[in-house]
Design a binder for this molecule. Structure first.
Ligand code: IPE
Ligand code: IPE
Ligand code: MG
Ligand code: MG
Length: 339
């Protein structure tokens, strides 16, 4: 079954990239806790929560919390707080995906049918809320007001990002680079940065170290969303494990579209197709071709690369070790990924 292969593919691509070697055991522990330690085990949501949490995500965000935790811990073993941080970060991410798929009416996620298609929209809203609530419980367990404030802002940012995106659908006049990048920070980079920054805070690091970790996570997160927006155009649904070509067809204008709209040779034809809302069955393919021919894909990759380079600069003052190597490899992986 091709759908099953997708999650295997994701895992294989992570392994091929040789990622997260330094935290293999830590990640196993986090994975186990995510699957076994949620208090819904006997409740009515049990089956659904298990399905959602056991689906094969890349687990990039927990990996970030763990790697940055190690990097800023002077070689000491991690405290239990870092595992909690890693888990709650993945819970928030997964919750946001369940809700995002309702908003986007997406049919697949992580190579499986989406929660709302399997169990309905109402259940999906509750499942997402339940996961957010579990993340909040874990956040409380950290007993750290600074981290609580950071994650409270993340939750608010996630909503803001989704609201801005919904409001701007097909609104050619309100979209520009500033609104697009701010939305990407709200939807994605804010959570990346929370994980990397909070990992340093839990290690009681000084302001400078905390700021460097924040900058690494923020820039990596922006690059990650840029590449996600690019591969929405360039990969197949089978490779992605989620729908492809969804953004443009739903009127969500991301970096490749913005670049193409800056190109005087292509912008008028592209605008015409957008204004038609792609009613003609062939028009979405035409739009894709115009965007590709304009050189927008290369430009998007270049822009993502510039954010990755910024992220790398934030790692300069840290000692060379396996954790730093994994953080650098993660940046390279983000640029090279197709799923
Ligand atoms: C998907 O994130 C949502 C975006 C921020 C683009 P991931 O690509 O990290 O999703 P999973 O967790 O691996 O499924
Ligand atoms: C990220 O953006 C979604 C969230 C952070 C909730 P996308 O809308 O691009 O995510 P995908 O492409 O559906 O995974
Ligand atoms: Mg989506
Ligand atoms: Mg996307």
């Amino acid at each position: 079954v091709p759908e099953q292969k997708v999650s295997e593919q994701t895992q294989q691509s992570l392994e091929r990239a040789n990622l997260f070697k330094s935290i293999k055991d830590d990640l196993k522990k986090v994975e186990q806790n995510l699957l076994e330690k949620l208090p819904s085990e006997s409740g009515p949501l049990a089956e659904i929560i298990k399905f959602v949490m056991s689906s094969k995500g890349k687990r990039l965000r927990p990996a970030l919390a763990l790697l940055c935790g190690h990097l800023t811990n002077s070689g000491l073993p991690l405290a239990s707080e870092h595992y909690t941080l890693a888990e709650l970060t993945e819970l928030i991410h997964t919750a946001s995906l369940v809700h995002d798929d309702v908003l986007d009416e997406a049919a697949s996620r992580r190579g499986e049918q989406t929660c709302h298609l399997k169990w309905g929209t109402k259940v999906s809203i509750i499942v997402g809320d339940f996961l957010f609530a579990q993340a909040s419980v874990k956040l409380g367990e950290l007993n750290n007001t600074e981290v609580v404030k950071i994650y409270a802002k993340v939750l608010s940012d996630l909503c803001t990002g989704e609201i801005i995106q919904a409001q701007q659908r097909f609104e050619l006049n309100s979209i520009n680079w500033t609104t697009y990048l701010n939305k990407s920070i709200s939807k994605t980079a804010s959570l990346f940065a929370a994980a990397t920054k909070s990992a340093a805070i839990l290690n009681k690091q000084n302001t400078e170290v905390i700021e460097q970790m924040h900058s690494y996570g923020l820039n990596l997160g922006i690059a990650f969303q840029l590449i996600d927006d690019l591969i929405d155009f360039t990969s197949t649904a089978e490779e992605l494990g989620k729908p492809a070509m969804g953004d443009l067809s739903q009127g969500i204008f991301t970096a490749p579209t913005l670049y193409a709209l800056e190109n005087s040779q292509f912008k008028d034809d592209l605008k015409e197709l957008i204004i038609s809302r792609f009613v003609e069955p062939t028009s979405i393919d035409k739009a894709r071709e115009l965007i590709e021919a304009s050189g927008a894909f290369e430009k998007t990759k270049e822009l993502a690369n510039s954010y990755i380079q910024k992220a790398f600069v934030s790692l300069n003052s840290f000692p060379e070790n396996a954790y730093k190597k994994d953080l650098i490899d993660l940046g390279k992986f983000v640029l090279s990924r197709i799923s």
